[in-house]
Design a protein around this ligand. Sequence first.
Ligand code: HEM
Length: 166
Amino acid sequence: MVARQGPKAIAPRHISRCRAEAPESSEKMLWVKAFHIVFMVTWFAGLFYLPRLFVYHATVDDAAAHERFCVMEKRLLAIMTIGAVLTAFFGAWLLWLRPGLLAAGWLQAKLLLVVLLAGYHAWCGQLVAVFKRGENRYSENWYRWFNEVPTLLLIAIVLLAIVKPF
Ligand code: HEM
């Protein structure tokens, strides 16, 4: 015999998911959240691919290939910076729509990791300039490890945003 389960109590940290909770702002919230995620994906496309370009660039020794990598890195950095700014813009808009979220532990932890992510992004920007000057000192292998950092941050941030563990 299958036991039937009654309705479960909703934990306070999950209440913001309920559209009936604040009908006047929740429709807008969904639109803003959708664009928040679209630009987060744009940002991460760059955060994953730019360090991969560094892996290949670190092994290059002819001038033409070096120039090609410099152009690709500069353009990718510009696109991912637009993604970062718009992710933060739509994230801030979400907070403006629901300021009470700022009291949630998961959101505070998420914002801390986003600050680390922004630091990683800035480091990538510095490395683009270092490569352009022909002054790279790190090995291909070092960049392979460097390339893993955004993966770890992505997993942690998405778990915090979706599971809201605390
Ligand atoms: C300045 C940066 C950011 C701010 C201020 C911000 C803020 C927010 C806020 C307020 C929400 C709504 C939460 C809710 O409705 O429960 C949200 C949702 C979300 N954010 Fe961010 N966020 C930022 C960056 C990021 C980044 C970098 C990622 C991914 C790596 C991310 C992933 C998500 C996801 C997946 C959701 C949807 C959660 C859900 O609907 O359950 N956010 N964000």
